[in-house]
Design a binder for this molecule. Structure first.
Ligand code: PLP
Ligand code: COI
Length: 356
C-alpha cells in the first residue's frame, strides 16, 4: 500500500454554528491530494492543511473543463461511530467518470482508505444536529499547462470535507419543479452518466430561468425528443403512479445515483412495485388528470429525498399530493437517514464504519 504523508494544521479553523451550516460553505482543517504524472502513475499521496492551490493561468482544467467529482456523506451515530454510506460505489463511479473524461484510473481501495484517514483526522468536524452531515467531495482535475485541446498528462485527485445542513432551503418540504422545454442536461453519447463538472455548468441557465419563474429546480427531459423525463435538478427522480414507483431507466444520459439504487432496493424489500422505464411528461400529466399520480420525489446524496409538490409544464401547473410529502417518500427518507446515521439496523450492509 502506498504511504500517505500527513502534515497537520498549526492553525485550526473555527467551527461553524451547527444550526446555520447551509450547504458546502465551510471546510475542515485538512484535505487530501495525490498527483498523477504520465509514466509515473499516481504518486505523492498526502493529507495537508486545507488551503489554496497554486496553478498557472494556462492550467488545462480552467479552459476545457477536464474535471470530475463525487459527493458522499459521513455521519456520526448516537453512540459515536463514524459511518459512510456505500462509499465503494462512489469510488467506482469516480473511476467511470474518469474513464469518460480520459482521466487515468486510480486504485479505489487506496483512495477510500485515504478518505477514511482524512475523515478520522477531521472527525470533530462531523456535525451531530439532526439533518446535518459531513459532506465529502473527492474530485479530479487535469493540470497540464498547455492550451492544445487534448487529455492532460498530469492530474490532481483531491478530497475536501464540508459540514453541511439541508441542501434545499425547503428541507423535506415539497419543492416546485419546472419542466424545462428547451435546454437539455445530457444527450445520448454525451457525458450525462459521468459526474463531469461541465454537466453542471451547462445546467445553470435553465436552473436560473426556472427560479425566475418561481420554481426551485428543473425537470430535465431527454435530449432527442424532449418528451421523456430524465432527472430533476441534480437528482434522480421517482413518480408514484397508482402505487407503482417509476424512475427513468439508465441510459448514458442519466447519472446512476447511489440513492436511486438504494431506493430501488428498499422498495423491493418492502414489496412495493417499482419500474425502471421511459416515462413521458405527457404520461405524468395524464396520470394526474386521472387522479392516479400519488406522489413524486427527487433523490440524491445531498437532499436524500426531496418531495415534489408542484410541477409546471408550459401553461400547465399541477399540485401533487396536495403539496404534502407522500407516504412512501417519508418512509424512504426515514429509513435511508436511519440506516445512514446508524439509528436503524442495516440489513443491506450499506454502511461502512471508519475506525481509528
Ligand atoms: N443526478 C445528478 C445529476 C447528480 O449530480 C446526483 C448527485 O450526485 C444524483 C443524480 C444523485 O446521485 P447520488 O444518489 O449518487 O448522490
Ligand atoms: C447530490 O448529492 O444529490 C448532488 O446532486 C450534489 C450536488 C451538490 C452536485
Amino acid at each position: 500500500m502506498v504511504k500517505i504523508t500527513v502534515v497537520k494544521t498549526t492553525a485550526p479553523r473555527t467551527r461553524p454554528d451547527q444550526n446555520k451550516l447551509g450547504f458546502g460553505r465551510h471546510f475542515t482543517d485538512h484535505m487530501f491530494i495525490m498527483d498523477y504524472t504520465e509514466g509515473k502513475g499516481w504518486h505523492d499521496a498526502r493529507i495537508v492543511p486545507y488551503g489554496p492551490l497554486e496553478m498557472e493561468p494556462a492550467c488545462a482544467v480552467l479552459h476545457y473543463g477536464q474535471a470530475v467529482f463525487e459527493g458522499m456523506k459521513a455521519y456520526k451515530s448516537q453512540d459515536g461511530r463514524i459511518l459512510l454510506f456505500r462509499p465503494e460505489q462512489n469510488m467506482a463511479r469516480l473511476n467511470r467518470s474518469n474513464a469518460r473524461l480520459s482521466i487515468p484510473q486510480f486504485d479505489e481501495e487506496f483512495v477510500l482508505e485515504a478518505l477514511k484517514q482524512l475523515v478520522l483526522l477531521d472527525r470533530d468536524w462531523i456535525p451531530e444536529a439532526p439533518g446535518t452531515a459531513l459532506y465529502l467531495r473527492p474530485f479530479v482535475i487535469g493540470t497540464d499547462n498547455v492550451l492544445g485541446v487534448r487529455a492532460s498528462s498530469t492530474y490532481k485527485l483531491m478530497i475536501i470535507l464540508s459540514p453541511v445542513g439541508a441542501y434545499y432551503e425547503e428541507g423535506l418540504n415539497p419543492v416546485s419543479i419546472w419542466v424545462e422545454p428547451h435546454y437539455v442536461r445530457a444527450v445520448r453519447g454525451g457525458t450525462g452518466y459521468a459526474k463531469a463538472a461541465g454537466n453542471y455548468a451547462g445546467s445553470l441557465l435553465a436552473q436560473k430561468n426556472a427560479q425566475a419563474k418561481g420554481y426551485s429546480q428543473v425537470l430535465w427531459l431527454d435530449g432527442l425528443e424532449r418528451k421523456y423525463v430524465e432527472e430533476v435538478g441534480a437528482m434522480n427522480v421517482f413518480f408514484n403512479i397508482d402505487g407503482e414507483l417509476i424512475t427513468p431507466d439508465l441510459g448514458d444520459s442519466v447519472l446512476p445515483g447511489i440513492t436511486r439504487d438504494s431506493v430501488l432496493q428498499l422498495l423491493k424489500s418492502w414489496n412495493i412495485p417499482a419500474a425502471e422505464r421511459r416515462l413521458s411528461v405527457e404520461e405524468i400529466f395524464q396520470a394526474h388528470a386521472d387522479g392516479r399520480l400519488v406522489e413524486a420525489f427527487g433523490c440524491g446524496t445531498a437532499a436524500v429525498i426531496s418531495p415534489i409538490g408542484k410541477l409546471g409544464w408550459g401553461e400547465r401547473d399541477i399540485v401533487i399530493n396536495e403539496g404534502r410529502i407522500g407516504e412512501i417518500s417519508q418512509r424512504l427518507y426515514d429509513t435511508m437517514t436511519g440506516i445512514q446515521t446508524g439509528r436503524l439496523e442495516d440489513p443491506f450492509g450499506w454502511t461502512v464504519e471508519v475506525e481509528g
